[in-house]
Each structure stands twice: as C-alpha cells, then as structure tokens.
Design a protein around this ligand. Sequence first.
Ligand code: SAM
Length: 245
Amino acid sequence: MTFDLPDWLAPLLRQGAEVRDLGDGIGSFLPPGSEAGGYDRFAAIYDAVVSNQAYNALFWGVPPSAHRRFAAHALASTPAGVVLDCPCGSLLFTAHLHPPPDSHRLLLSDRSEAMLRRGRDRLWGGRHSPYVCLVQGDVFNLPLRPGSLAAVTSYGGLHLFAERRRMIETLWDLLRPGGRLFLSTLIAGERATGDWLLRRLHRAGQVAAPFGRKALLDVLPPHATVNVRGSWVFASAEKTPRTLR
Ligand SMILES: C[S@@+](CC[C@H](N)C(=O)[O-])C[C@H]1O[C@@H](n2cnc3c(N)ncnc32)[C@H](O)[C@@H]1O
C-alpha cells in the first residue's frame, strides 16, 4: 500500500524514495522486515519512566518541563518551513507543540513503530493533521533532499549512537542555509548518579559508551550555543553561509 503523502512533503523527498503505509496515518521509509529496535518492546515503560519527576531529578538533575521548554523555544525560533524531529519517540516532550503554527510543517520520524503510534495517539487520538506527518525512519538514512529543511530537532537521541559525528553531519546536511539544529543529549562527567545510570544503560546496550562535554563539543558545529543542565546538554546552531560546512 502507498502512503498518502502530504503535498508539502513530496518535494522534499529524494528521487526514488518510497514511503510504505503502516496504517492509521503513519508511513515508513524503511523496507518491510527492517529491524525494529528495542524501543518497540519498551515503549510504554519508556514513557512511564522518562516522564517521572523523581527519576529525572535523581538521575539527570533536570525536570521534564525543561525538555518541553527547549522544544517550544526551538519551534518558536525556527523560520517558516519544514521541521524534522528525529528521533521523535512518542512525543513525550513535544506533543504540546501541536498543532504547529500555519508557518510550519512537522515531519516526525523514529525507527520504532510502537513509539510513533504512541506519539500519534498523544497528538490527536488518531485524527489526522495536514501539517504533521509521522514516518518511520532511520536517522542515518532518511531519504530527504540535502538543504531542504528549516530546522532539525533531535532530542535525547545522540547518546544512543557511537557515530555521533556522522549523525550530526547527516542532520546538518538536511538544513537549508539559515536553518537551525536543536539537539539535546545526555553526557557523562556532570553528576555521579547520572554517570552511574549511563554506565548501566551502556552495559545493557541501551546507549553508546558515555561521553563528556569535550567529546560533544568536538562534534558540534563550532559556533553552537551549548547549555549544560545536570547531565543534559541543550544545544543549538544556525547554518549560516559562513558555517555551511
Ligand atoms: C531516548 S528516546 C528519545 C525520544 C524522544 N525524542 C524523547 O525525547 O522522548 C530515543 C529514540 O530513538 C529512537 N531510535 C533509535 N535508533 C534510531 C535510529 N537509528 N533512527 C531513528 N530513531 C532511532 C528510538 O526508537 C527512541 O524512540
């Protein structure tokens, strides 16, 4: 079955890109039978734990409201156009941004279909918005045209991947000149409890080997604005002509 692509998304796709229909208003860039990733099994648990105030205070030293505020700031500071959020997860900290203003269109992508379904339910209880599109995809291999997006937001994803530089470069390439990257990630070396849990999550295969501030700064654009709070970093950068690469 072919997915009913919104008219604002079709021109951004690379030639030959295929979008499968997963039903209920969700598409997929992935071929059938692609590996789902652990989040399909743990989507409900993820939501329960990650939205918990005490968990966030104890381990990461940042309340859930900080993530919602950063996401609201990102959308408010993005010029008109299409915003990609990847990995969007279950929209735990971004559902309040919906529906987006008329000036923006949101492409929400994550590898886990279960997380996308939770996100879809969180948005409209299953109803469809012409400004928002949910498509399963791999952050390293989205079939989007380089230089096409007004912003890319990527919350809580970078610490999952050993290939940090490749992930940031991949997302950066999708931005048009003047576009913005907004990113949050966990880092090590800021809080003992956070470091302890990061090490355990790494041993369990949930996150990449923990990295600290310096390793993060090495892969961010050099002019990025970086705000460290607890074990979290909230970073943003604009793709100006001076910083195109
Ligand atoms: C820690 S969650 C963060 C989700 C969301 N942004 C949030 O703040 O709650 C990480 C997400 O990354 C997704 N993910 C893992 N590997 C991915 C990949 N290669 N491409 C896209 N999403 C991926 C998982 O399915 C999961 O939803």
